[in-house]
Design a binder for this molecule. Sequence first.
Ligand code: GLU
Length: 388
Amino acid sequence: MNKLAARISQVNPSITLTITAKAKTMKAEGLDVCSFSAGEPDFDTPNHIKLAAKQALDQGKTKYGAAAGEIGLRQAIANKLKKDNNLDYKPENIIVTNGGKHSLYNLMMALIEEGDEVIIPAPYWLSYPEMVTLAGGKSVIVTTTAEHHYKITPEQLKQAITSKTKLFVLNSPSNPTGSVYSPSEIKALAQVIIDHDILVVSDEIYEKILYDDTTHLSIGAVNEEIFKRTIISNGFAKAYSMTGWRVGYIAGDINLIKAMTTVQGHSTSNVCTFAQYGAIAALESSQECVEEMLVSFTQRRKVMYSAVKSIPNVSTTLPQGAFYLFIDISKTGLKSLEFCDKLLTQEQVAVIPGIAFGDDNCIRLSYATDMVSIEKGMTRLGNFIQSL
Ligand code: GLU
């Protein structure tokens, strides 16, 4: 087939999904694979959430709904944004989407056009630049460093802004680095955004996964001026272990939400109706399940981090949020794709090459997996690096 749209030649398939699928196939073939690929909590979705969706099914919540989402869920999200993030949104400011990824895709489709620039700090989650490209915009990648905990500085942001800049993508806690911007860093970035009158999308999907005394400040809560320029993206996948449910949301200016609803109304329509009732239960019931999962992530982070620290020729920073370890492998002499290919073939350990996130010197490991795999996988990683 040589008649594909030109835009397709400008984007790559999702490496996170490709490697995860490959690891699953190898496991199904009977191989003893340790997979640290997709950022997918290994826990089952908490029972009360499943029960709410089952009840919704029994009550016949099986029909088309409003394209922007069930009003009950949009209200529950508005309540959550007020309670957790001190953000004042009405249900009309919220659209429910097929997961966080779809939120961001719809946003780019509604907002970005030919000639628009979108500033993305690297390392970045791999789908951000691809979505910008699909929408016809241009990603302006700003490289951050391990010394700076992979965080963009206000100065760097300022320098990247041009007359064409429309949007800045902020992701804290970050996938793939686990960095978290402190409240004062968020305030300083907010000032630059206000001064230059650009928009910011704050991807807060990992906001509940924070370690030690780290806090999360939602940038829109800093003041009225930044609130007007902020778009919040979030979802249920990571905090409630609901990856396969595909429920996410965006909150922002009412005209933007209307535009996104138009895009959604001509593409997917509403998110699976009964799944939305599970999401309401997730927000409105006890948050104990979130805390329990965090206890496990905290233990896993400790074990994986200290194992990696004991391996020569690699280095990493202690993540303050999310569930990823971003490891510098440059001293091994291999680039990230070759490293990951060899590691998978020789030791059956699946990890994601940093090149997918804009840093070819690194690899990303997800520790949202069981402790047995972590211990076994770290021994194999150590053996592999020694063999090089
Ligand atoms: N967001 C997760 C990750 O980075 C899931 C896979 C994906 O959607 O890219 O691994």
